[in-house]
Design a protein around this ligand. Sequence first.
Ligand SMILES: O=C(O)CCC(=O)C(=O)O
Ligand SMILES: [Fe+2]
Length: 285
Amino acid sequence: MDRETRVFAENHFRRLRGRLPSRVCPTPDRVDFIENPDSFSYADFFKGYLIPNLPCVFSSAFTEGWGSRRHWVTPSGKPDFDYLLQNYGDVVVPVANCGVQEYNSNPKEHMPLRDYICYWKEFIQGHYSSPRGCLYLKDWHLCRDSSAEGIFTLPVYFSSDWLNEYWDTLDVDDYRFIYMGPTGTWSPFHADIFRSFSWSVNICGRKKWFLFPPGQEEALRDCHGGLPYDVTAPAFLESCRHQGLNHCSPPLEVTQEAGEMVFVPSGWHHQVHNMVGWPHPAPCA
Ligand SMILES: O=C(O)CCC(=O)C(=O)O
Ligand SMILES: [Fe+2]
């Protein structure tokens, strides 16, 4: 951290005097799109987004040099199954069934990446439906389990990362995950581990994010205090209307394109859907 940013941070926390913002954070009107890496410094990110705890989207120029963007993707912008099979086919990966709700998550199984890609191809051939359900490869710790050499470059904005620094010192685990799946796969409503902030890059395809500022999730709880599983489900939206939950402002919606990087600030609940990223039919069975 440069001196100017450090002074800014010290003054900011001195003014807070150890208090945390207690009120529900208002939803901003929009999410900023950061176009140019050459004119966006660490200090710009720190002052404009990290400290105010606001999301932003970085353009694909920020991940231009990533090896995964070159090697994992075909010229037509689809996942390069052959490359992935050759390099990681035998690696055992966690796979969630997005079509089955288990509490506020999905049941998971493990399988070699080879089998998952086989399923994925069948799913496409089956017009985006399969008797095996809607399977999403989630939380694959590629960096922990294999070499991540040449796959990505840590953006300077996220170089201070005490969650991973802790694990990296012990050399046992990490919080770096890979997600892959066809159109229709999705991640249920949640906030990230320990209410940490996170960032996420699309190697290819398109994602839709629904983002709620910290505290807004309180208005979404059911009569048992439970948080919703799917904030887009018609039944949930209907129950909101019924119970007069309209005082909860709608989420910020962000569409993340290939190469773009989303910053999810601390404590923001979110739900994420993999969309049609190239021409093909949509729904997941
Ligand atoms: O891409 C997804 O399905 C989920 C990503 C997510 O929740 C995150 O990066 O925090
Ligand atoms: Fe998340």
